[in-house]
Design a protein around this ligand. Structure first.
Ligand code: ADP
Length: 555
């Protein structure tokens, strides 16, 4: 029992002793840090050693305590005699953990040798270097170390100022990243620039070549070529134009080109050209152009197409004028031949009809049945022939401006009904319906309008081999009346629609061949024109067509 009490007392006094020592150590460190004491005892493997600082170091310590940099003082062996609190906080290590520790311990292994070399140099001369130290948790912190020696009472010590380079390096990294970005952007810009220069060079070369080619070609083809800007101002005429018209380039560009066009064709030509400019669509027309050497006006086909940029803005117009005088003359000869031939055919045709009428006027019993049959077939064939010859005669009359006919008031309903009855009789396989009638009285030629409607019905039958429905209808807005013939046949493409009213135009469809001369619609359109009306078609390929004409009611 006594033993136990003795042990407890010994332990208690030992603890009190240790507490005292700890208290003293703390006070010592604080006193060193604040400069209250000048000496420190550091325990080494070889025993305790006493370090003292000159009194002048008070000022030194007061000064470095306020610095934003870390500062340490080392003895000859590189042991930290003193550290300011800033260095401890930069490393994140308590100050007590630094004093008496060899500074080299705070460096990563691979940098320890370098630090030792630096320290050796530092003893000889002031030196600086960038090195990383290990902070709390092994964190590597970059520092700039500035080494300089200090004279202490018991010898020389090493003073090291440690500047934390982290913000600097971070800035340096940001700067480097920005610089790298800038360099990359510069590199891309330089690359783009080089590409652009190459493109410009290529384009310029292409342009020169194409300009040269264009000029060479346009001056060496037997066609007049011109170009105009987006507003229709002419900016180029080729050699052919100047040779043909006798106008100089300046005169031509100065609007004198109009002088070369036949006065009768000028207004129509200008209207077509203005319309093309306004709508940006292809220009096409025919007019007579004066030849300077003969003084003759020769027919030309004028065409122009617009060229647009990537945004669809018209940049330039390229036009040609082709001499079509020979074709025009050929066509005139053909028209003349058609006129004479149809006229000459008309006389024997009329006689033939007369003889056939004579045969049919015989009593039934006087004529054998077979002859009667042949005569009725001959009558049908003569009817077809007469229609063809009449059509050709009409074309010829239109060409010579002689398609004249009288007009009188007529009932549209009666006209439509009579055409429908006629068609039902001619085409018993087809269903011909009348829809939406308008009982208007027209001022026109009964026979010619019947010819137009019958031509439309004939075409509907001809070009609707499968679906055999045909619908006739009329509609009025009080001032005009629209007459339509609708079928569900082979229909027409947009391109075909544009051309079917031309003389002798027929759709070239290998899958579907129907006989005809390609003049029915041409004559019909001319008849409607002579009634101050308009002709038109709505159609879709393989779905059917609706041909119509619009007439003024009080025309
Ligand atoms: P054609 O004697 O050839 O029928 P037209 O002048 O009457 O001459 O017609 C011209 C062309 O228009 C025809 O060849 C045909 O290709 C086309 N056409 C006319 N009517 C129709 C229609 N109802 N459906 C489809 N194509 C048609």
């Amino acid at each position: 029992m006594k033993m136990e009490t003795e042990n407890t007392d010994a332990l208690r006094s030992e603890i009190a002793e240790l507490k005292l020592q700890l208290e003293e150590a703390r006070d010592t460190i604080e006193a060193i840090r604040t400069g209250q004491i000048d000496a420190i005892i550091v325990e080494h493997d070889t025993g305790h050693r006493l370090y003292t600082l000159k009194s002048a170091d008070h000022t030194y310590r007061a000064f470095i305590e306020k610095m934003t940099e870390g500062a340490v003082t080392l003895d000859k062996n590189g042991i930290i005699l003193y550290s300011n609190s800033r260095f401890a906080s930069l490393l994140g290590i308590p100050l007590e953990g630094l004093i008496g520790v060899p500074l080299v311990n705070l460096f990563p292994d691979e940098l320890k040798a370098e630090f030792r070399r630096l320290l050796m140099t530092g003893w000889l001369e002031d030196v600086k270097a960038e090195l990383e130290l290990l902070g709390h948790g092994g964190k590597r912190i970059p520092f700039l170390l500035s080494l300089t020696t200090l004279d202490l009472e018991d010898g020389t010590a090493m003073s090291i100022i440690l500047t934390d380079l982290s913000p600097l390096i971070e800035n340096r990294n940001v700067l480097k990243a920005k610089n790298d970005e800038l360099e990359e952007a510069q590199r891309i810009a330089a690359h783009l620039n080089a590409e652009l220069q190459k493109t410009i060079k290529d384009r310029t070369r292409d342009l020169l070549i194409s300009q040269g080619n264009f000029k060479f070609l346009s001056d060496n083809i037997p066609v007049i070529v011109w170009t105009a800007d987006a507003n229709g101002e002419f900016d180029y005429f080729n050699q052919q134009w100047m040779e043909y018209t006798g106008l100089s380039m300046e005169e031509s560009l100065d609007s004198n080109w109009v002088a070369a066009i036949h006065p009768d064709d000028l207004e129509r030509t200008m209207d077509t050209w203005r319309n093309a400019l306004l709508t940006g669509t292809d220009f096409e027309t025919e007019y007579r152009l004066r030849n300077c050497s003969s003084g003759e006006y020769l027919w030309h086909l004028a065409k122009a197409i617009p060229f647009s940029d990537d945004e669809g803005q018209i940049m330039t117009w390229l036009g040609t004028k082709t001499n079509i005088e020979d074709q025009k003359q050929e066509l005139a000869k053909k028209d003349e031949f058609i006129g004479i031939a149809s006229h000459e055919l008309k006389t024997p045709l009329t006689s033939l009809k007369g003889y056939l009428q004579l045969i049919s006027s015989y009593k039934k019993e006087d004529v054998p049945a077979t002859i009667r049959q042949f005569s009725s077939r001959a009558n049908e064939a003569i009817g077809k022939l007469a229609r063809l010859v009449n059509d050709l005669l009409d074309v010829s009359k239109i060409q010579t401006g002689k398609l004249a006919f009288s007009k009188s008031p007529l009932s549209l309903n009666t006209l439509i009904r009579s055409c429908a009855d006629n068609a039902r009789f001619m085409y018993p396989d087809y269903t011909i319906r009348i829809e939406h009638t308008s009982d208007v009285v027209l001022h026109g030629n009964q026979e010619r309008l019947e010819q137009v409607i019958m031509n439309l019905i004939n075409n509907s039958v001809k070009y609707s081999p499968v679906n055999k429905d045909i619908i006739l209808s009329t509609a009025t807005d009080g001032e005009t009346v629209k007459v339509s013939v609708k079928d569900f046949g082979i229909g027409l493409s947009d391109h075909q629609k544009d051309r079917i009213f031309e003389r002798f135009y027929r759709v070239d469809d290998k899958n579907y061949a129907a006989s005809g001369l390609g003049i029915g619609l041409y004559i019909s359109a001319e008849i409607i024109k002579a009634h101050q009306g308009k002709f038109g078609v709505d159609s879709k390929l393989h779905e059917g067509s609706t041909f119509y004409f619009i007439l003024p009611i009080n025309g």
